[in-house]
Design a protein around this ligand. Structure first.
Ligand SMILES: Cc1ncc(COP(=O)(O)O)c(C=O)c1O
Length: 427
């Protein structure tokens, strides 16, 4: 059974989509920015506050015990979605405040290792002058900036993969871009502007040949594709709950267990320390607690687990197939006169996140014209300025799909965009 066969029942689970915008039924095509949430996720958050709310891993009372169980069950659900370990003592998922927080946590921890923190085991993460960090021109600023800062702090050199004309990472240049000096490769799995799926395998292979750590930005892959971190063999991965039908304020850091065990902490405070003293250094807890300092957003984390379950109940293969159909419709934007797609023009090896330029019309004007018809898209540089520079523009329009979109909605967008240049009297 395809998603389309049960589309109405899926769609009805999203209360926000059942509304009129400027007198038109809402067409939400901005899920790459943040996805909408099904009723079960919204309900899980308020149900937690109604019945369980208590701090986790502390306190001898029953609510604290229930809260801890719900919190750790959520970790197991997230792990299942991406094929990570979840057994106690083997956990490979760390909760954070979002993908940006996960990436900053890693960059800070690598920086701390470079200062000698974490002892000999952490030296595998240490960076010094002469070492290299490799990213790509397709990165979201949340990858580029933490690792650029890390390079500046440690004296390492920042290098990057170039892109082809359609914005794909030139993965077959891995053997020259990644060298014996490369210590970290931080790369996007799916470009948030191009929608292109990076061919990760040759990059991971080469990185591991030279002993480099691979950090994957999985923000735009986990919600749309069947992703298996063990099969991809990446060392770390970061993504956000709010782009995968979950709440805001929650993100995830995947790390191979042996690496998480060797990684020094980045944030310090309560709940991450075994022993604290006045006159000597503290002894930190094992992962994941070592990386989860402070009170966690437990209600949101529990709801994020419900979102992962919701996705797994539909099945990622079915999600992929449904969104591929929408991608094919969105790519018809490229047939509209004056419209250029900033990403692969063919549906293979890409997702339904389609950025486009309308010749002679500013993206903000396009966005407002489209919005007047009830269609929500994103305009701007999508926190990815270098990739826009690659295409010779400062900003673009971006339509991005989710499993609750229909092919008809994509057609509606294409029809609306077809009217833009006439409206603005562009010759
Ligand atoms: C590819 C990519 N990486 C990183 C991020 C940052 O995610 P967040 O803002 O949820 O921390 C985003 C969000 O737009 C993204 O699309």
């Amino acid at each position: 059974m395809s998603v389309l066969d049960e589309f109405e029942s899926i769609r009805q689970q999203f209360p926000i989509l059942d509304q009129q915008i400027h007198g038109h039924p809402l067409v939400y095509l901005d899920s790459a920015a943040t996805s909408q949430k099904p009723e079960s996720v919204i309900e899980a958050e308020s149900e937690f506050y109604r019945t369980i709310n208590a701090g986790v891993h502390r306190g001898a009372h029953e609510l604290a015990a229930r809260s801890t169980v719900a919190f750790e069950e959520s970790r197991a659900k997230i792990a299942r979605l991406v094929n990570a370990n979840a057994q106690e003592g083997e956990e490979e998922i760390v909760f954070t405040a979002g993908a940006t927080a996960s990436l900053n946590l890693l960059a800070t921890a690598f920086g701390n290792a470079s200062l000698g923190q974490g002892g000999a085991a952490a030296q595998r993460f240490a960076l010094h002058a002469g070492d290299e960090i490799v990213v790509s021109k397709a990165e979201h600023h949340s990858v580029l900036l933490p690792f650029q800062e890390l390079a500046q702090r440690t004296g390492a050199t920042l290098k990057w993969f170039d892109l082809d004309d359609e914005g794909r990472v030139l993965a077959d240049t891995a053997s020259t871009v990644i060298t014996a000096q490369t210590k970290v490769v931080a790369i996007t799995h799916v470009g948030n502007t191009t929608g292109a799926i990076t061919n990760i395998a040759p990059i991971v292979k080469r990185a591991h040949e030279v002993g480099a750590i691979v950090v994957l930005d999985a923000c735009q892959s986990v919600p749309h594709l069947a992703v298996d971190f063990h099969a991809l063999d990446v060392d770390f991965a970061a993504w956000s709950a709010h782009k995968m039908y979950g709440p805001t304020g929650v993100g995830f850091l995947y790390g191979k267990r042996e690496l998480l065990e060797a990684l020094p902490p980045a944030n310090f405070g309560g709940s991450m320390v075994e022993l604290a003293f006045m006159d000597k250094p503290a002894q930190y807890m094992a992962p994941p607690a070592r990386f989860e300092a402070g009170t966690q957003p437990v209600a949101q984390i529990v709801a994020a687990g419900v979102a992962a379950d919701w996705l797994m109940n539909i099945g990622m293969e079915r999600v992929e197939a449904h969104e591929a159909m929408i991608t094919r419709e969105l790519l018809k934007l490229g047939e509209v006169e004056g419209v250029r797609i900033l990403g692969p023009n063919s549906p293979e090896q890409r997702i339904g996140t389609v950025a486009f330029d309308v010749a002679g019309v500013h993206p903000h004007d396009v966005g407002q014209f489209i919005d007047a018809q009830g269609i929500a898209i994103r305009v701007g540089h999508h926190c990815a300025q270098p990739v826009h520079r690659h295409f010779g523009v400062f900003a673009s329009n971006r339509a991005s799909s989710a499993v609750y979109n229909s092919p008809q909605e994509a057609q509606q967008l294409v029809d609306a965009v077809a009217g833009v240049r006439a409206f603005f009297r562009v010759k």
